[in-house]
Design a protein around this ligand. Structure first.
Ligand code: AMP
Length: 280
């Protein structure tokens, strides 16, 4: 496996690969790999001749009081895992190389990013859309794989690719979980024992909500209120950031469930803010 740190070098390599008639798959990540990341690599591997994985903790998607400085990292461990999972090129650029000092071009998809995570992280999605666009231009992929854990991000990228006629297939991968049900996240390493004991209740609450829908409750206010009560009693260390039920493609809030719906939640524990979702 090759490790490339320079964006220009990656683009040169990618253009050469494409000129040879070969295809490229891209898995964008912020590193500190867990089985969720590895599942994206495994899904991407057979989809192209060359698999590129990017590892970049993108500063423009972090707000001023977020965990950019403390975000976990271990390049050697990640490189070994990437190689084992079929990655051909690991792209791990320095932030100073990715953004010019006077960077001034932004990609944003306002309609899909006002609510859910966009409400408490106002610059987050603009940072993600911009860096993903840059990664697309640098890695020249035919296909890119994203996780359903970040559903709003996935919906935004699908819309961006459609709206801007970007010739890349966007493939999504289901959420990989601990046995307890807790969705894997690089940020789970922040959690203390008592938080880890309560965190799986995020998923339990979502499964309970799905059961209520299957039992015939379709009023979203009732469903959200029930989930709020469950979280308040079962996750006493947590503060609910949001509980929303939205259309899965355009992320607009629903009043009643009479078709595809996504329940998305964010809960702030003491050491980390966790997100999860379920299709109902
Ligand atoms: P991150 O490194 O957290 O920015 O995530 C990189 C990619 O991995 C994104 O497309 C995420 O949606 C995906 N991802 C993160 N956690 C999981 C998980 N538990 N299951 C599946 N995909 C995930």
């Amino acid at each position: 496996m090759e490790i490339i740190k320079n964006p220009e070098e990656l683009q040169k390599r990618a253009l050469e690969i494409r000129a040879q008639g070969k295809t490229i798959a891209l898995v964008p990540t912020m590193g500190y790999f867990h089985n969720g990341h590895l599942s994206l690599m495994q899904t991407a591997r057979p989809k192209a001749d060359v698999l590129i994985c990017s590892l970049f903790v993108n500063p423009t998607q972090f707000g001023p009081n977020e965990d950019l400085e403390s975000y976990p990292h271990d390049l050697d461990r990640d490189a070994a895992l990437a190689e084992k999972n079929g990655v051909d090129i690991l792209f791990a650029p320095d932030p100073a190389k990715m953004y010019h000092e006077n960077h001034s071009t932004w990609v944003s998809v306002p309609d899909l990013t006002q609510n859910l995570c966009g409400a408490s992280r106002p610059i987050h999605f603009r940072g993600v859309a911009t860096v993903v666009t840059k990664l697309f231009m640098l890695a020249q992929p035919n296909v890119a794989v994203f996780g359903q854990k970040d559903w709003q991000q996935l919906a935004m990228i699908k819309r961006m690719v459609r709206d801007l006629d970007i010739p890349i297939d966007i493939v999504s991968q289901p959420i990989v979980r601990e046995e307890s049900g807790l969705a894997l996240s690089s940020r789970n390493v922040y959690l203390k024992e008592d938080e880890l004991a309560q965190a799986p209740n995020i998923r339990k609450g979502l499964l309970r909500l799905k059961q209520q829908v299957d039992d015939g409750i379709v009023d979203c206010e009732v469903l959200k209120e029930n989930l709020k009560e469950f979280y308040n009693s079962e996750i006493p260390l947590g503060t609910i950031d949001y509980i929303e039920i939205v259309h899965p493609d355009d992320i607009t809030p629903l009043k009643k469930i009479n078709g595809p719906a996504l329940c998305a939640v964010a809960v702030k524990l003491i050491s980390a803010r966790l997100i999860d979702n379920i299709l109902v």
